[in-house]
Ligand binder design. Structure first.
Ligand code: BV8
Ligand code: ZN
Length: 262
């Protein structure tokens, strides 16, 4: 569906916008989504299997190797025009709350502030036993196809260090989840970008906004919900659709050839 004047008006009149992102917003930075089949050492695994406390107990080196491989990919990646457009949009609207399911830091590296990470971060490892934070000194140099890698040990209790992400079957950080639901319930417009809307409770956030009377706009190459009244589906890659949206919103800020021109 094209970006209509009615939709642009909804953006212009919005006092509070929530931007809710999934793996698709980082796809154009070369970060595989969860839909993309795993490769190399992990190709025979389902991500939802690997991203569990049981998988880590069973084979810590397999799981730690996977996360260090992902952390390496993220450190080698750059924010893409979608991340930049979201950071620019925050300057264009009175209030913007950015909620992400992603464990990368590409939103922050694009200039977004106060990003709510529902599922944790690749850059916040902690001890699996005593939960104390652990500082990773070296930059991961993982072979392209990945490898098993023994997790480091906790300096305090010698426990195994685990990635600072929320695994399946684990509770989400209470404050982040509450802040996300509060924002969804109070916003005028929610932009849902690059998510398949499968993983709960995060996947309920767009519906909370819709039920609270907000306009919901999905950005995804895969068509999503669309009733033409308060729910819209902009089908396309976020790195193309979002700069277009910002350009059409016009005014001071614009994204020119991928880099933000103040
Ligand atoms: C919990 C961190 C309480 C780790 C992640 C209710 C019903 C059914 C099941 C459940 C339920 N409640 C809870 C569950 C269980 C489970 C769940 O939801 N399972 C699913 C599989 C059904 N939820 C949990 O376990 C949650 N915890 O409920 O705790 C509890 C506790 C104890 C006992 C009982 C209850 C914890 C869930 C969090 C798991 N951790 N990530 C890591 O990263 O390794 S989830 C992870 O997967 C991501 O963070 C993200 O949330 C999800 C992947 O989804 P997306 O981001 O949407 O990505 P995906 O690849 O799927 O899709 C990409 C999309 O982008 C596609 O649509 C594609 O078309 C699009 N796209 C592609 N390119 C582009 C694009 N879009 C735009 N531009 C492009 N260029
Ligand atoms: Zn410890």
């Amino acid at each position: 569906m094209p970006i209509t004047d009615a939709l642009l008006d909804s953006f212009r009149n919005a006092r509070h916008v929530v931007v809710f992102t999934g793996a698709g917003v980082s796809a154009e930075s070369g970060i595989p989504t969860f839909r993309d089949a795993l490769t190399g050492l992990w190709e025979r695994f389902d991500p939802a299997e690997l991203a569990t406390p049981d998988a880590f107990r069973r084979d810590p080196a397999l799981v730690w190797g996977w996360y260090e491989w992902r952390r390496m990919k993220v450190l080698q990646a750059q924010p893409n025009p979608a991340h930049l457009a979201i950071a620019a949009l925050a300057e264009r609207v009175p209030k913007l709350t950015l909620v992400t399911q992603n464990v990368d830091d590409l939103h922050e590296r694009a200039g977004s502030r106060d990003v709510i990470h529902l599922h944790g971060s690749l850059h916040a490892p902690r001890c699996f036993a005593c939960a104390r934070p652990h500082t990773l000194t070296e930059t991961p140099e993982e072979p392209a196809e990945g490898r098993r890698l023994e997790p480091p040990r906790c300096q305090h209790c010698n426990g195994l260090v685990r990635p600072g992400v929320v695994w399946f079957g684990e509770m989400l950080p209470e404050a982040a989840l509450q802040a996300a639901f509060d924002a969804a319930g109070a916003c005028d417009l929610l932009l849902s970008i690059g998510t398949s809307g499968v993983v709960q409770p995060a996947a309920s956030i767009p519906r909370v906004a819709l039920q609270a009377g907000a306009v919901v706009v999905h950005v995804n190459p895969q068509p999503a919900g669309h009733d033409g009244r308060r729910e819209f589906s902009l089908t396309g890659a976020a790195g193309g659709v979002l700069p277009d949206l910002l350009r059409m919103l016009g005014g001071r800020h614009g994204i020119i050839d991928g880099s933000f021109r103040p």
